[in-house]
Design a protein around this ligand. Structure first.
Ligand code: HEM
Length: 276
């Protein structure tokens, strides 16, 4: 909608305006970052990060009139990555700690596994997930059960297609309901319960499930999936190894009600982190 009606959107009042102002603010921050990269970077330098790689690509394609590499697209792409990658991962982690508080047995099993395999201080890497099937299962269940994004973003069909015999004409707006898959009783033993066993076989090996689609599926699946999985694994295992998380005295459990914004957030909750 913003792309289709950019002029009109800027004249709308209320929440839309606020959203657009936030968008402009984020773009201005990214622009500053691009400028400071340009000052520090010279053609031929080894790129250090995404912005450097993109600047390098702009330089390499400057004589190609069909190239889409330009500074406006760099700012938009970097802003897309920030927008797609911050709230989603942080909110999923918050949900993860809600579940640990409500399921102390899961927290204890995960801690014991991490401590037995990695010890109290060894640096944790993403490859370690293979040696930590239980913790890996807990993280997959956190992603499934929290379903932070709720539904996927609106997409428009670019050609006539048929899905399971239903014709969907070109131009149809499609809102993928990932929730119905993540909670599908045909694929999950206890879809409405937090249950890491959804990702473990009878011998406690990690098993994946084709209905695990918190990052959506298909050609427009989340571009940040592997980064998100890596961040979640390293932050989660480091925290569970370092602290015991507890509810404040007198509180029985954390509410699993949510606030719906761009993502599904837990309500504010109090958590005690006791160093191990
Ligand atoms: C727990 C973390 C995350 C979840 C649950 C998540 C989920 C999703 C979902 C469901 C989509 C929609 C895909 C579709 O339309 O079919 C999406 C798209 C996207 N995500 Fe993520 N995401 C996460 C983390 C990240 C990270 C870390 C980044 C970037 C660093 C990122 C960047 C994006 C972008 C740019 C898109 C749009 C892709 C496109 O339009 O082709 N996401 N994500």
């Amino acid at each position: 909608m913003y792309d289709a009606l950019p002029g009109v959107m800027h004249h709308l009042k209320g929440l839309y305006r606020e959203v657009l102002e936030c968008n402009d603010f984020m773009h201005s921050l990214v622009k500053e970052e691009v400028e400071s990269h340009k000052e520090r970077w010279e053609e031929g330098d080894a790129p250090r990060d995404f912005i450097d790689f993109y600047l390098d690509q702009i330089a390499k394609t400057k004589n190609d009139l069909t190239s889409t590499f330009n500074e406006d697209n760099l700012v938009q792409t970097a802003a897309d990555l920030l927008l797609g990658g911050m709230d989603t991962v942080a909110t999923t982690l918050c949900w993860g700690f809600c579940y640990l508080l409500n399921h102390p047995d899961v927290q204890e099993n995960s801690y014991k596994e991490i401590n037995a395999v990695l010890g109290p201080s060894r640096t944790i890497t993403y490859n370690d997930r293979i040696k930590l099937p239980y913790t890996n299962a807990v993280l997959h269940e956190i992603l499934r059960f929290s379903n932070t994004t709720g539904v996927g973003p609106l997409r428009t069909c670019s050609q006539d297609i048929s899905v399971l015999g239903f014709p969907i004409p070109k131009g149809t707006l499609v809102l993928p309901n990932n929730h119905s898959v993540l909670y599908d009783p045909d694929f999950w033993e206890t879809p409405r319960k937090f249950n890491p066993r959804h990702f473990l076989d009878s011998e406690d090996n990690f098993v994946s499930n084709e209905a695990f689609i918190p990052f959506s599926t298909g050609r427009r699946t989340c571009v940040g999936e592997s980064l998100a999985q890596m961040e979640l694994f390293i932050v989660f295992t480091s925290l569970v190894r370092g602290f015991r998380f507890q509810l404040p005295e007198g509180v029985e459990e954390v509410s699993l009600d949510y606030v719906l914004g761009g993502t599904r957030h837990p309500l504010p909750f109090e958590i005690h982190a006791i160093p191990r």
